[in-house]
Design a protein around this ligand. Sequence first.
Ligand SMILES: O=C(CO)[C@H](O)[C@H](O)COP(=O)(O)O
Length: 222
Amino acid sequence: MYENEKKVSAMEALKHVHSNMKLGLGTGSTTKYFLDGLGELVKSGKITGITGVPTSLRTADLAKSYGIKIENNLEGIEIDFDGADEFDGSGNLIKGGGGALVREKIVAYNSKEVYIMADHSKFSEKLHSFPLPVEVLPFMEDVTKKNIEKTGCKATFRDGKNFKSDNGNYILDCRFDFTDVALEKKIKMIPGVVEVGIFSGITTKVFIGENEKCRVMDFQKS
Ligand SMILES: O=C(CO)[C@H](O)[C@H](O)COP(=O)(O)O
C-alpha cells in the first residue's frame, strides 16, 4: 500500500547521502527503496566509500548484494535512515513492525541524525493505531507478557511465538487505546523486556511521501 509514496520519501532522503559517509541502515519496505537507490549509486560509482550498520540480517544481505561495506560495530554514524510504523507531530515513532526494533534503536540512539522515511498513512495526531512491538526474552515469557499487560494493554505473541527476532527473542504486539511515550520507560523496566518499540526524542527529520511529493518535518534532536 502507498508504495509510490514510500519510494518518493526514500528518494528525497537519499539526496542527503554523499561519498565516505557512515550510515545507519534501517529495516522494512520503505527503507528497501532507499537501499535500492543507494545500491545503484554505489554500483555505478557515483557514490563511494560508504560504510553502513545494518539493523537486520535481511538489510545486511541487501546491502552486501550492492557491494555496500557493512560493519556491526561502528562509531560515528552520521545519519541513520529508517522507516516507521507510525509517527506523530513531535517525531515520536512506533517501530518494530518488522521485528528489528532492538538493533534499530541502538543504531538510532548512536547516530548524529535520524532520518525517517514514511508514506502519509503512517502519521497520527496521537500514537494509537499500530500495536506497540515489545521484544522479550524466550524465558519466563508468559509471565513477562502478563506483567506488560498490567500497564494497560492486550499483548499477543507475534505469529503465536513462531516469530523470532534476529536476536532469537519473541515479539509481543501490545494494543493500547493510546500509546503514551511514557510507556517506553515503564515497560523497559519490566524484567524480561529487551526493548520497546517507542522511539521518542530521537528523530531529526521525517520524509513524508504525499502522492508524488515529499514533505519534510524537522525536529531538533534533544
Ligand atoms: O521498524 C521497522 C522494522 O522493525 C520498520 O522500519 C517499520 O516496520 C516500517 O516498515 P515499512 O517501511 O515496511 O512500513
